[in-house]
Design a protein around this ligand. Structure first.
Ligand code: ADP
Length: 558
């Protein structure tokens, strides 16, 4: 039970290398980067273009079992694995999402890894970083202003103010803004209508930025965003308002990947952070592609568990990067598996081999899913000091019986040195490449694509569609939108659409409530249950533990 200092204490006492040194380690000169202070930089577009002909490294995707309030440590293992590869003499890099301020101030705290496996400068990354998220907020709200102005100025496009689907955003959890009325106060103050705020990471512009391969592609995708419907029910896009140029201009720097470093000075690209429910939930395509050109091994992460994040990484992002992962690491913890076996969070400190055994079904399903995609799997057991030897033995024996390579990982406690075995297992797995295939072809009807995900990834019996979803599917197929991939918006806590169903529920149906077109991002969102696009703050927000000293040192970002 060695005591490890808090995440922020470790981060604040770490010594960072100047970012130009980190860049040099990745084969970049000062000409290739734009400095944002001493420890952050953006990679220039010229550099990204120049690298296009370089050979790609290997891509390792880190995912997990269904997350529980016990915490799995996916980011921690992602960072730790990149450090472990470096410590094993490999040229490695990590590509991660950037945290949203909403969850940072709410329940989650920081999202830059933990213990001795973190990315730095931790405070900057968790707060305003290089301003990308603010730029996205501005572009999103500029578009909202252009829409209301268009209506005020005579509404040439015949936009039905009751059918505007573009919302305003801010990067904070603020439930009071979920539904609002705007334009009150007479003709000088616009046309009154209902509106609402989402959190910035739920903006389609975030998804667009993360899937764009360059500025040209960004502008194209922005043009395609559907913002409203006319009185006749026809879609209105950004191109109809002719503001894609202005929005691209606002986003031109935000599109460049951000270079930082891990505690062990492994280069890290942290860029973009779309929601993993109504969007695809992983860092930008540009960051992943750039990292692949610079390193032999790139470790990246997808949001939530393998049923949501990895499924979307593989069925959505991979179609854009044209590079599938060479291996997938599934992070599991004894604690979370005991919750899947029926225990509550406060019971987890006690040894409970029965609950652990019962919870293994959840891990088994996710292993099967990744194998269904044809990819090699390695299970990373993220060790907590409360895990008993008997519990670890059970988890290891399970992996042996499933014939899946596994590694007990101690990167949280020991940094890269705690993941040497995991790195070796991953390299070994990559040497026996699988035969990757998408789970569905894009030309299948929308309903069949959704049913494929429900059956093959969730293990359910079928999808059932509300009347509204049925009508939308018909309408969207008639608009020619039927060949897009599906972005499922489902609870992260369960394989089913019921968050209370832990473990491996079976025989369940998944209800599709509504389909939302995201033509800029290039997918159709299928909403199951109530998906929160503007979270609220908890009774005691993490913000209450935060402070700053008189000399500017942050406190309480854990
Ligand atoms: P995720 O990416 O799954 O949300 P993180 O990697 O962000 O999880 O970790 C969440 C929190 O759990 C962090 O504060 C981290 O320090 C802590 N944590 C992760 N792994 C361990 C571990 N093995 N032991 C103790 N705490 C851990």
């Amino acid at each position: 039970n060695k005591t490890v200092p808090s995440d922020i204490d470790i981060a604040q006492t770490a010594s960072m290398a100047p970012i130009s040194e980190i860049a040099a380690g990745a084969g970049l000169t000062n000409e290739d980067i734009e400095m944002y202070g001493q420890f952050k930089a953006k990679i220039k577009f010229e550099t990204i273009n120049r690298l296009k002909t370089a050979k790609d490294g290997k891509l390792i995707l880190v995912t997990s079992i269904n997350p529980t309030p016990a915490g799995e440590g996916k980011s921690t293992v992602t960072v730790g694995l990149a450090d472990a590869l470096k410590a094993s003499g490999k040229n490695s890099m990590v590509a991660l999402r950037e945290p949203s301020l909403g969850p940072v101030m709410g329940v989650k705290g920081g999202a830059t890894g933990g213990g001795y496996a973190q990315v730095l400068p931790m405070e900057d990354i968790n707060l305003h970083f290089t301003g990308d998220i603010h730029a996205i907020t501005t572009a999103n709200n500029a578009l909202a202003a252009f829409i209301d102005n268009h209506i005020h100025q005579g509404n040439e496009q015949q936009i039905d103010p009751r059918r505007i689907i573009w919302k305003r955003v801010m990067d904070m959890n603020d439930r009071a803004l979920r539904q609002i009325v705007i334009g009150l106060g007479g003709p000088a103050r616009g046309v009154p209508r209902e509106d609402g705020f989402d959190i910035t990471v739920a903006s389609e512009i975030m998804a667009v930025l993360c899937l764009s391969s360059d500025l040209h592609d960004l502008k194209n995708r922005l043009s395609n965003i559907v913002i409203a419907y006319t009185y006749q029910g026809e879609p209105v896009t950004v191109a109809d308002l002719d503001v894609q140029g202005a929005l691209s201009l606002l986003l031109k720097d935000a599109l460049k990947p951000n270079l930082v470093q891990t505690l062990e000075q492994t280069p890290a690209l942290i860029h973009g952070g779309p929601f993993a429910n109504i969007a695809h939930g992983c860092n930008s395509v540009l960051a992943t592609k750039t990292a692949l050109k610079l390193a032999d091994y790139v470790v990246t992460e997808s949001g939530f568990g393998a049923d949501l994040g990895a499924e979307k990484f593989l069925n959505i992002k991979t179609r854009t990067t044209e590079k599938h992962p060479d291996a997938v690491v599934i992070v599991a913890t004894v604690r979370a598996l005991k919750m899947h076996g029926g225990k509550s969070k406060k019971e987890l400190v006690n040894e409970d081999t029965q609950a652990l055994k019962a919870g293994l079904t959840n891990l088994k399903k996710h292993i099967e899913t990744i194998q269904e995609f044809g990819l090699p799997v390695v299970v990373a057991i993220n060790k907590f000091h409360t895990d008993s030897d008997a519990e670890i033995n059970i988890l290891e024996s399970f992996c042996k019986s499933e014939q899946v390579p596994f590694s007990l990982t101690e990167v949280w406690e020991k940094g890269g040195n705690g993941g040497i075995d995991l790195a070796a297992k991953v390299i070994e797995a990559i040497e026996n490449p699988g035969h990757f295939s998408y789970l569905y072809n894009l030309d299948l009807p929308i309903k069949e694509k959704i049913n494929t995900i429900v059956r093959k990834v969730y293990g359910g019996s079928e999808a059932v569609f509300s009347k509204k979803a049925e009508a939308q599917i018909q309408q969207f197929e008639s608009y020619g939108w039927g060949a897009l991939p599906i972005c499922m918006a489902k609870t992260q806590y369960s394989l089913s659409d019921d968050p209370s169903q832990y473990g491996r529920p079976e025989g369940f149906k998944v209800t599709i409530r509504e389909i939302v077109p995201k033509l800029g991002a290039g997918f159709l969102v299928a909403l199951t249950g109530d998906v929160m696009t503007m979270p609220g703050l908890p009774k005691k927000p993490a913000a209450q533990n935060m402070d700053v000293t008189d000399d500017g040192k942050g406190i309480g970002l854990f």
